[in-house]
Design a protein around this ligand. Structure first.
Ligand code: ADP
Ligand code: MG
Length: 241
């Protein structure tokens, strides 16, 4: 038996600026009220890491480029930054897993915030996770804005899963657990109904456009998005769904 009992969620999207990091941040914060959560920032911009005072990423340190803090705890929430810039070289899966297995200790929910698409760091994280825990799976939470971005996301929804399956064929499952349509200015239930008709079975959530979020930055904004529906989907999966 593995000593790790972690349920993984990956925030994916085809585009930048659609709210992936925002959703990862608030989701991790809210879930950490009940669970031990690890939020992995694996965007090259270190968006979330910076909010938590992390100067650099674990992969930058392992490659010998820089030194600095890349992991921190805030109550039940642990935040790990993987990169603050594209590392000059990537460590072997074994070397990465040796560090990663320490960070994963005691964690119940892992949320990764990703840049658009899938790249070598995504692959390393999945392989390193498998090496460290002996198991791997993926609950994809896809984030998009309405309009053309939504159409593109729907037509590419299965691509990321296929690519990841090629990277870690040992995975127990890859699924699109939810589609979040963010920054919706129209009627929320109309938007959700339209997509549900196009992709039956997909869990679809719409989040309104919040002026405060755009102008104040999500870590300082007076408003936080209502993630109630997404939280209950996540809790359902963690509880054995
Ligand atoms: N529902 C929303 N309404 C308005 N602004 C939002 C909303 N969600 C996110 N934002 C803002 O959009 C910008 C981009 O969000 P971010 O999460 O960094 O996107 P991504 O990670 O996809 O690149 C940020 O300024 C964020 O505060
Ligand atoms: Mg981001």
């Amino acid at each position: 038996m593995s000593k790790y009992h972690i349920t993984r969620f990956s925030i994916f999207g085809l585009k930048g600026g659609v709210g992936k990091s925002t959703i990862a941040y608030f989701l991790a914060r809210e879930l950490s009220e009940k669970y031990k959560v690890l939020l992995v920032d694996r965007d090259y911009t270190n968006t979330i890491g910076k909010i938590f005072g992390l100067q650099t990423g674990l992969l930058n340190v392992l490659s010998g480029d820089v030194q600095g803090k890349f992991v921190t705890d805030e109550g039940n929430l642990r935040v790990l930054s993987l990169t603050s810039f594209s590392p000059s070289s990537l460590p072997t899966v074994k070397d990465f897993a040796a560090s990663y297995s320490e960070v994963l200790k005691g964690i119940e929910i892992l949320i990764t915030d990703n840049p658009p698409g899938v790249d070598d760091v995504t692959a390393l994280e999945f392989k390193g996770y498998y090496e460290a825990t002996g198991e791997v799976h993926c609950n994809g939470i896809f984030v998009t804005t309405p309009g053309i971005a939504l159409d593109l996301t729907l037509s590419h929804l299965n691509d990321i899963g296929r690519t990841l399956r090629g990277i870690v064929p040992q995975a127990s499952y890859f699924r699109a657990s939810a589609l979040v349509i963010n920054m919706v200015r129209e009627n929320l239930s109309d938007v959700v109904r339209n997509v549900a008709l196009r992709v039956p079975g997909l869990k679809v959530i719409a989040i309104p456009f919040y002026k405060e979020l755009l102008f104040q930055g999500f870590d300082k904004a007076s408003a936080s998005p209502d993630l109630g529906e997404l939280i209950s989907i996540v809790k359902g999966i963690v509880g054995g769904g």
